[in-house]
Design a protein around this ligand. Structure first.
Ligand code: F6P
Length: 395
């Protein structure tokens, strides 16, 4: 069997580990593997590379993806068909006429697609409309896929973010500043929550809970400064949104429409990084006279700085957890292809590698308070107890 493998969407630490897992098992089973370059772009344009395991020793220890990646939506143009029923049929037709023939052109019998919700949703369409074997592997630093307990790349990214957040404390403390640090993650707060808790952030703002600038930020900062804290770390998701009331009352530079009118990428996701929400927040805090006054009374000059973690959160080699998870995912994906399975995705459930359907895996999963109440409670305890306990002591 000749199996194609591609990596799509934003890169994530562990992509090479999955590729290596696929190659290890393919070698074991006697199958050939070719790399399809730049995700769906290479699939459409017939850009491939042979993958020779003898030249790729210990590939799982390296970052990035040797296959390159891109955000390519093969249905971008078809998406323009308005009526949902018509659109559905147009997509099916497009898959049959333009995507399915690529299998023969590429000379592959099966495809392993490694990617997030966008890449997997394309794989799901393919699997529904052709008889080739298609298996997915859930990737994203955002950890926002419902088909798996953890995506690979997530914990490496948490580690990178937590290390920087923690390191920034020394400069924030030296200058007695408030640091507003913007964390990737789209509409899911997993990265902000975990890196914020791990690094001891003082305020954590996530997309799942719309926040009130006055209550959730300014009042907390005042309590902290009154109780002896001279520096403050705010971890904020790139997708965090204030409540409508707070937007109206507290923000001078943005409105509700700012969020509604954000430019979108080829898959229709709002380009959140372009908003630079940490800067907006820092500017509002710097200008806040009440905050300035309270800080002054406590002998601290109000100075707020913003910092965007950005692509540093996807940089470098994966941590051991993601190397092992990536390898396990890759090996299992190859086994499933060998068994003739299609339309499914490998997934981590507890400590076991299991499977779910491509359609299920592509569904988004945010940090749901009903599902992980203990994490919300931990966030509350870690962020609030410091100043609440000091306040009690000072009384
Ligand atoms: O989905 C992963 C992710 O890193 C998001 O957290 C972020 O919003 C997006 O990709 C950034 O994408 P790009 O690298 O294309 O700017």
């Amino acid at each position: 069997m000749r199996v194609g493998v591609l990596t799509g969407g934003g890169d994530a630490p562990g992509l090479n580990a999955v590729i290596y897992g696929v190659l290890l098992k393919a070698f074991d089973l006697g199958h050939e593997v070719i790399g399809i370059l730049k995700g769906w772009k290479g699939f459409l344009n017939n850009e491939t590379v042979p993958l020779d395991i003898t030249r790729l020793d210990d590939l799982h220890t390296t970052g990035g993806t040797i296959l390159y990646t891109s955000r390519t939506n093969p249905f971008e143009k078809v998406g323009a068909v308005k009526d949902p029923k018509g659109k559905e049929e147009a997509i099916r037709k497009h898959v049959r006429e333009n995507l399915v023939p690529k299998f023969d052109l590429l000379g592959i019998d099966a495809l392993i697609a490694i990617g997030g919700d966008d890449t997997l949703s394309v794989a799901a369409r393919l699997a529904e409309n052709c008889d080739k074997k298609i298996v997915g592997v859930p990737k994203t630093i955002d950890n926002d896929l419902s088909g798996t307990d953890y995506t690979f790349g997530f914990w490496s990214s948490v580690q990178l973010a937590a290390t920087t957040l923690e390191n920034l404390q020394t400069t924030a403390k030296s200058h007695q500043r408030i640091m507003v640090i913007e964390v990737m993650g789209r509409n899911a707060g997993w990265l902000t929550l975990m890196s914020g808790i791990a690094s001891g952030a003082d305020i954590i703002l996530m997309p799942e809970t719309r926040f009130d600038l006055q209550e959730d930020v300014i009042n907390v900062l005042i309590k902290r400064v009154q109780n002896g804290y001279i520096h403050h770390m705010i971890a904020v998701s790139e997708g965090a949104i204030p409540t409508d009331e707070s937007l109206k009352r507290d923000f001078k530079t943005i409105t509700k429409e700012t969020f509604e009118k954000l430019p979108k990428d080829v898959f229709g996701n709002p380009k959140l990084a372009g908003l630079n929400f940490s800067k907006i927040l820092a500017d509002e805090l710097n200008k806040n006279t009440k905050l300035k006054e309270e800080f002054k009374q406590n002998n601290v000059d109000l100075e707020v700085r913003d910092f965007v973690l950005g692509h540093s959160m996807r940089a470098g080699a994966p941590i051991a957890f993601d190397r092992i998870l990536g390898l396990r995912f890759g090996v299992r994906a190859m086994e499933l292809v060998h068994e003739g399975k299609t339309g499914i995705v490998v997934s981590l459930r507890g400590t076991n590698i299991e499977t779910c359907t491509l359609t299920e895996a592509a569904k988004q999963r945010t940090v749901d308070q009903k599902v992980v109440p203990d994490l919300y409670e931990l966030k509350r305890l870690v962020t609030a107890t410091k100043h609440v306990a000091k306040e009690k002591l000072n009384k």
